[in-house]
Design a protein around this ligand. Structure first.
Ligand code: NAD
Length: 476
């Protein structure tokens, strides 16, 4: 069956076949053999980090010399396979990490496949004149070392790979150990996509057992010129202390501010939809609300009566604090769980339509000030708009990551935008519209708030190179 495609058409070609054509066919057959013989997936998977980096380096030497069109063929295969296997990837992620929601994870994978920028993001700036022609081109770094979170495991690996390969790099991942099986599946798929497009194996690599030690090897390795960290503050600090160029996509604690001019009923729906998406795992998701006092009760009313919110009593809040927070930080067994499960953990039984836990509290309340990554929305009362801005800025903790506002007053929106100074600010919509889901613009799962790239894309993974021809090639 494997050779079926090489029947009549190739017999007709055989008379004129030269060595190059034979080589091309052999390459194609080898690629097909590699795919069919590795259905369970071992492409790009190594036991030793040094071997993974060496393999990615060899692959980069090939990618570097591929045309943009060839690179785009790899990207379009990754997009197609991500869509075809979105459900498998989503199920694996939820099963392995115990976090999130399969339906929402399917949507996230389709979003990655459709809206992550590819080679079209790599552009050239040109000047031509009497003294010649000067270009600024975006060149690859080489092999990128990427660290990925367990909250969006395959989403981040696929999104990073599309952008990094489009830019002419290859990538070695040190993923979260809690999501290693899902990551291996995604990395194998990426290499299958490359081979099927006539590209090399090992365009994305990883190790079977990622640890802090394998991460340290990657961070120190001479063949890794750029590190990209997506995760909490610890990993971003580690990468930025490595002595190498680093892109740091760190933690957030996005507040959603609702002022007295908002469409309060719509705001209630948008905020709860954003907050509960994938059980609040996205770093951009609404983590708490700051509401101006005059509309606070109305907002609570709509969230409870129309949006499936459960109003937690003081006693239930205390039980939640004791359950979801430990002296060492978040209880991992609660991260990315749905509201019904979280309430079940404190002995409260609710119907299936309950999707979020709400309560009123001070901004210092631990369920409000901590980045929880679970559908618990504390609501802080502000006496007026200025007070609301002050409280929201405090709650964002200087992460400069994401914030949201529901308001029809453009002066208020502008004031908030300047004060909170975040990479993302969504106005009058759910947080996920910032990822291009129900909003304009492209998708990413690496939002580099700390180092300033913002929503990363292929161009973030390039270096700027000036190419100058003096006194020629201007034909104006
Ligand atoms: P995490 O920080 O526990 O782990 C992220 C990755 O960093 C993992 O691969 C982990 O093994 C590694 N890591 C952690 N500490 C490290 C260290 N000192 N040295 C080397 N590697 C280290 O985060 P998580 O629970 O997987 O993900 C959730 C966190 O990530 C949240 O804080 C969330 O806001 C953030 N996040 C940010 C973005 C973004 O784009 N800015 C996207 C997703 C998640």
């Amino acid at each position: 069956m494997l050779f079926a495609g090489y029947g009549r058409e190739n017999r007709n070609r055989s008379e004129n076949m030269n060595e190059q054509m034979v080589n091309d066919i052999v390459k194609e057959v080898i690629a097909k053999l590699q795919i069919s013989e590795s259905p369970s997936g071992k492409h790009g998977i190594f036991t030793d980090m040094n071997d993974a980096i060496a393999a990615a380096k060899a692959a980069q030497a090939v990618v570097r010399n591929m045309s943009m069109d060839q690179r785009e063929k790899i990207i379009s295969n990754i997009r197609r396979m991500t869509k075809e296997r979105a459900e498998t990837l989503a199920r694996m992620g939820v099963q392995e990490t115990g976090m999130g929601n399969v339906g929402h994870k399917i949507l996230k994978h389709i979003l990655v496949a459709e809206k992550t920028p590819g080679t079209e993001d790599i552009t050239t700036t040109a000047w031509s004149g009497d003294r010649g022609l000067t270009l600024i081109e975006m060149g690859p770094f080489g092999v990128i070392g990427a660290i990925t979170p367990c909250t969006n495991p395959s989403e981040t690996v696929l999104c990073n790979s599309i952008g990094m390969i489009a830019a002419g790099n290859t990538v070695v991942f040190n993923p979260h150990p809690q999501a290693i099986k899902t990551t291996i599946y995604a990395i194998n798929m990426i290499n299958e996509a490359s081979l099927a497009a006539g590209g090399p194996d090992n365009v994305a690599c990883t190790v079977e057992n990622p640890t802090l030690e394998t991460s340290a090897v990657m961070m120190k390795h001479k063949d890794i010129p750029l590190l990209v960290a997506t995760g909490g503050p610890g990993v971003v600090t580690a990468v930025l202390s490595s002595g190498k160029r680093g892109i740091g996509a760190g933690a957030g604690n996005p507040p959603a501010l609702v002022d007295e001019t908002a469409d309060v009923r719509k705001a209630a729906g948008d905020i709860v939809n954003g907050c509960t998406f994938d059980n609040n795992l996205p770093c951009i998701a609404e983590k708490e609300i700051v509401a101006v006092s005059s509309i606070m009760d109305e907002l609570m009313h709509y969230m409870i009566t129309e949006q499936g919110c459960y109003l937690a009593s003081k006693e239930e809040q205390d039980k939640l604090v004791a359950t979801v927070l430990t002296p060492k930080g978040l209880n991992r067994k609660c991260v990315g769980r749905d509201a019904k499960t979280l309430l079940g953990m404190i002995g409260v039984s609710v119907p299936d339509n309950i999707r979020c836990i709400v309560f009123e509290g001070e901004k210092e309340h631990p369920l409000i000030s901590e980045e929880l990554m679970m559908p618990i929305l504390g609501v802080v009362r502000a006496k007026d708009f200025d007070d609301a801005v002050e409280k929201a800025v405090w709650l964002e903790h200087g992460n400069r990551h994401s914030a949201h506002i529901h308001s029809k007053n453009i002066d208020n929106i502008t004031k908030y935008a300047k004060a909170i100074d975040t990479a993302i600010l969504v106005k009058n919509g759910p947080s996920y519209s910032a990822l291009g889901f129900g909003g304009e613009g492209y998708c990413t799962f690496t939002i580099a708030s700390r180092t300033g790239e913002g929503l990363t894309s292929a161009k973030s993974f390039t270096k700027s190179r000036r190419c100058v021809m003096t006194d020629s090639l201007c034909i104006r």
